[in-house]
Design a protein around this ligand. Sequence first.
Ligand SMILES: [Zn+2]
Ligand SMILES: [Zn+2]
Length: 286
Amino acid sequence: MAGKRKRSSNKAHDAPSRSTHTPRPPRPPRQTPPKPLVDIYPQSQSLLFRLPRELRDIIYADIFTAPRTIHVAYVGGAKRRFRSFLCRSPSEEQVERIRPAGAELCHSCTLRILHYDCSPRDKRDGTRVRATTTREERQRARVGSMLRCCRRVYDETIETLYTSNEFYFENPRSLLELPRSTPQIRLSSFRHLYLQSPVWDGERGDEEILRRWGKVVRALEKMDGLQTLRVILRPLFGLTDERERLAKPLVEARLAVEPRILFAPFARMTPVVWADGGCCRAALSG
Ligand SMILES: [Zn+2]
Ligand SMILES: [Zn+2]
């Protein structure tokens, strides 16, 4: 039957039809049988969900544990308020991870803790992280796609996403905004956090900067499951008074874990000469 139709169809293509019906244009030959538009299967048929939960958890841990620190930035866009990016530095080279508490960073290491190249920047204001996403960025965001694929996957993985990763808040405002859109149960799920203070210039609007920094630290109190907290304080010159005033909210706060503080002065009154000719890493090995 199909063969007959095909032959007559070819004829129709070569010569005018003798049929009394209105001639139709020939159909292109079908390569494959048509597929139904959507296949919907019950969740019980899913290979993933037929595995025991212990095995699924191993798979989830592999997918949801990032190989590097995750940068979180408040972007305040209409579609998305936050964006996140994998750090480009290997963990063992991250200055804020490897310096001992209380260390003062040299100029070169201070540049490295800014992680400027780890996040795409706004063209007009390079200090801001770009709020819009490119197609390529959306295609790479596979963790987000999996979280959104169904309620059950979300419920089984969201805790792993928070508890098994390290997060870096380079802009303190991001931490200030986070509790406004994140339920307490998720804030309690954070385990490992890196945070920078604002640069305190000691003169212009210093009280306002300290007041906002105090609010950021109070937001930190809500993360009551923290196990690691490293805070990089940004005094202007690193003078004792500047350090103490930036550290005061941390000392007074009720935090889940004692913060490990590093100092990264914004400017230097006198150039420091490190033993290896340019980096505070020499102080570690010396
Ligand atoms: Zn980074
Ligand atoms: Zn250094």
